[in-house]
Write a protein that binds this ligand. Structure first.
Ligand code: ASP
Ligand code: MG
Length: 405
């Protein structure tokens, strides 16, 4: 019997009525002759509410305890969902991440999945049960509960789909699929029918919030086809899969953006081998994810280095830089008012002039570019946060994304 893994996001299980709706969907899939594993997020905003309580009690709550706390949100959802399925006359069993065999490393709050022990899952499926797994969590080698980082239920679902050899992983959410830009900013943004893993990776990395980045990496690595769709309709959503001939190889498939970048500039850094390694080594050791980096031309043996981090990583970055700045004899500046706009498309690899068109469009819109970074299928510009929406609209129009390619 084919195995299908489904994932339902927080809004899809926002209240008990929504949970009953999800139960009906799962039962329909099961009754159609599939073995179903459903991964569920915490109800509505409950993860935020749990975090808020923790921060009302402690300024810097221990991460191990945060994981104990946050993991409960998903357990509430799966237990209620199991009851809803029983009400429909089918058998379901809810499992915590630990019970579902999801093993992780020991990095609390952003643990990585290291393996999935599928024995229990297969046993329960073989006995005819619908299996419900609490998303976003696992167990570390020292038997502590870990969580996978915000949005981590996507990664739970993809990891289970890969480990079980599922024929597909359906990600049910509160939007119809992946859009050519944020519909909240661009009124004629369009749902994309299919994108390649590579494009989706770039989109998730540059601000598309519909899927957690790591889940896309995982899906690509194990070739798990993903279908992102709404849990409130029966319409097809967006397929994410291997690039093939049938896929529209648009020069630009989407415009993405972020509003939470901080720029740090190190001034008068000695221009000698090993300095960049020291700086970025210290940031890596502090678990800070560095994004765009620019090193200026050096003058009189010193140079300025600027880089961006997500705002949430700023305190960690500051701490790490303070620890090494004295020794290197450098000062640093912080600009906390940055955003980023990106264009992504598999077709840009073989199409000249895309960067020029992007920069020209931003210039006409009066947007100043502070930093640029590229990959073979993406161009990103770091700009002032207040100009992000204007930039997204201008690029969406310039690259004709409102009309199907
Ligand atoms: N409940 C967690 C969060 O809100 C994980 C998830 O929804 O995937 O980030
Ligand atoms: Mg959530």
């Amino acid at each position: 019997m084919p195995i299908i893994v489904q994932k339902y996001g927080g809004t899809s299980v926002g209240d008990t009525e929504c949970i009953k709706n999800v139960a009906r969907r799962i039962v329909a899939e099961h009754d159609a002759g599939n073995q179903v594993v459903a991964v569920v997020s915490a109800m509505g905003d409950s993860t935020d509410e749990l975090l808020k309580m923790a921060h009302e009690i402690a300024t810097d709550p221990p991460e191990r305890e945060l994981d104990m706390l946050l993991s409960t949100g998903e357990r509430v959802s799966v237990a209620l969902l199991a009851m809803a399925i029983h009400e429909l006359g089918r058998t379901a069993i809810s499992l915590s991440g630990n019970q579902a065999g999801i093993q992780t490393n020991t990095v609390h709050m952003k643990a990585r999945i290291t393996g999935v022990e599928t024995g229990r899952l297969i046993e329960e499926l073989e006995s005819g049960k619908i299996v419900l797994v609490a998303g976003f969590q696992g167990v570390s080698p020292v038997e502590d509960v870990t969580t996978l980082g915000r949005g981590g239920s996507d990664t739970t679902a993809v990891a289970l789909a890969a480990a079980l050899g599922a024929k597909l992983c359906e990600i049910f959410t509160d939007v119809d699929g992946v859009y050519t830009a944020d519909p909240g900013i661009v009124s004629d943004a369009r749902k994309i029918d299919a994108v390649s893993y590579g494009e989706m990776l770039e989109m998730a990395a540059t601000g598309a919030e519909v899927l957690m980045l790591r889940s896309v990496e995982y899906a690509q690595k194990y070739g798990v086809p993903l279908h992102v769709r709404s849990s409130f309709t029966d319409q097809p959503g967006t397929w994410i899969r291997e690039e093939d001939e049938k896929m529209e190889k648009a020069v630009v498939s989407a415009v993405t953006h972020t509003n939470d970048e901080s720029k740090l500039t190190l001034l008068r850094v000695p221009d000698r081998p090993g300095v960049a390694a020291t700086v970025f080594g210290a940031l890596a050791a502090a678990d800070v994810n560095v994004d765009t980096i620019i090193q200026n031309v050096s003058e009189q043996g010193t140079t300025d280095i600027s880089f961006t981090v997500n705002q949430s990583d700023l305190p960690g970055a500051q701490k790490a830089l303070q620890a090494i700045a004295g020794n290197l004899g450098v000062a640093f500046l912080i600009d906390n008012d940055m955003g980023k706009v990106s264009i992504v498309g598999a077709g840009m690899k073989s199409y000249p002039g895309v960067a020029a068109k992007m920069f020209g469009t931003l210039a006409s819109a009066g947007v100043n570019i502070e930093m640029i970074s590229t990959s073979s299928i993406k161009i990103s510009c770091v700009i002032k946060r207040g100009q992000v929406e204007k930039a997204v609209r201008a690029l969406h129009q310039a690259f004709n994304l409102a009309k199907p390619a």
